[in-house]
Design a protein around this ligand. Structure first.
Ligand code: CP
Length: 314
């Protein structure tokens, strides 16, 4: 297919065909990463700016490495050391970066819609690296890439997302893309964090507050951290109670399918949403998700830059 999107802002607006094209392109880049020479010249001469106004480990570093593997020049913007601290607006900051010939701006921001806002007036390509509780498209893509690689398909799989759904951009990106690709998505957690409203996203989304029911038939269990930084009120009595009622512990793990994948976008709060032994156990693909994030982000950078003409397969 011909990729004709200038930006990657969300998965809600992508078609199933576009999502598959991104995943297939990422598979090509994963193969490139297994060669002795891992660099390709796709973005040679281009300047990529990592504009992260919220903390990040995985997303920022893998976007940086992805841009370097594509031969781009990369600038890492540190919000704490920037003129944002002196009252400069996001719009002025981005326009100044563009004045320095930034070709691609990767934005992480606490405000939902911030990347869409930049995309309205910038000439540069904009990639969303997580905006508030709205979306985290490359995380959704790397999660689905990992599931597809491990299970060979997405359609018909039962995917449970367990935890703080309400405040999760990862959950939203996963829900939009998984349902378009034909998975059955079950959302589970405390009622205050998993409103029934999510069932209106797609017919193949189900909300349950019964963890045994959510885990029983799951082919994939994606665990989410409690996002205290985004919660405006106390959503449950205590972390201990949350762990007891909704944490994936060894007793619950004994009842899940033996081939169920255990996933987590990170950062993990060990002993809260997941027991340490499960995070490090044989069914966990958490670090493989991180590895696949590099290929997915190479694919995203490559495609938004109009890379359809470059042969990446070796
Ligand atoms: N999964 C994720 O977005 O992790 P970081 O916040 O470390 O980028």
């Amino acid at each position: 297919m011909i990729w004709n999107r200038k930006h990657l802002l969300d998965l809600q607006s992508l078609s199933a065909e576009e999502i598959i094209h991104l995943l297939d392109t990422a598979r090509e880049f994963k193969a490139v990463g297994q060669r002795s020479i891992k660099k390709v010249p796709a973005l040679r001469g281009k300047t990529v700016v990592n504009l992260f106004v919220e903390p990040s480990t995985r997303t920022r570093i893998s976007f940086e490495l992805a841009a370097l593997r594509l031969s781009a020049d990369v600038i890492n913007f540190s919000a704490e050391a920037s003129s944002l601290r002196k009252g400069e607006t996001l719009k002025d900051t981005a326009r100044n970066l563009e004045a320095l010939n930034a070709d691609i701006i990767i934005l992480r921001h606490g405000a939902s819609g911030a990347p869409h806002f930049l995309a309205r007036f910038l000439g540069a390509h904009v990639l969303n690296a997580g905006d508030g509780a709205h979306e985290h498209p490359t995380q959704g893509l790397l999660d689905i890439f990992t599931i597809r690689e491990k299970k060979g398909r997405i359609a018909g799989l039962n995917v449970t997302i367990l935890g703080d759904i309400l405040y999760s951009r990862v959950a939203r990106s996963n829900i939009w893309a998984l349902t378009k690709l034909g998975a059955n998505v079950t959302l589970c957690g405390p009622p205050t964090l998993v409103p029934k409203l999510f069932e209106s996203f797609a017919p193949n989304v189900r909300v349950t507050w019964n963890i045994d029911e959510a885990l029983r038939d799951a082919d994939v269990i994606n665990l989410l951290r409690i996002q205290h930084e985004r919660q405006k009120a106390s959503m449950f009595p205590s972390t201990g109670e949350y762990a007891a009622l909704f944490g994936l512990n060894t007793a619950r793990m004994a009842k899940v399918k033996p081939d169920a994948l255990i996933m987590h976008p990170g950062p993990i709060n060990r002993g809260v949403e997941i027991a340490s032994s499960i995070a490090d156990g044989p069914q966990s693909v958490i670090l493989e998700q991180v590895t696949n994030g590099l290929a997915v982000r190479m694919a995203a950078l490559y495609l938004v830059n109009g890379g359809a003409s470059l042969q990446v397969a070796g």
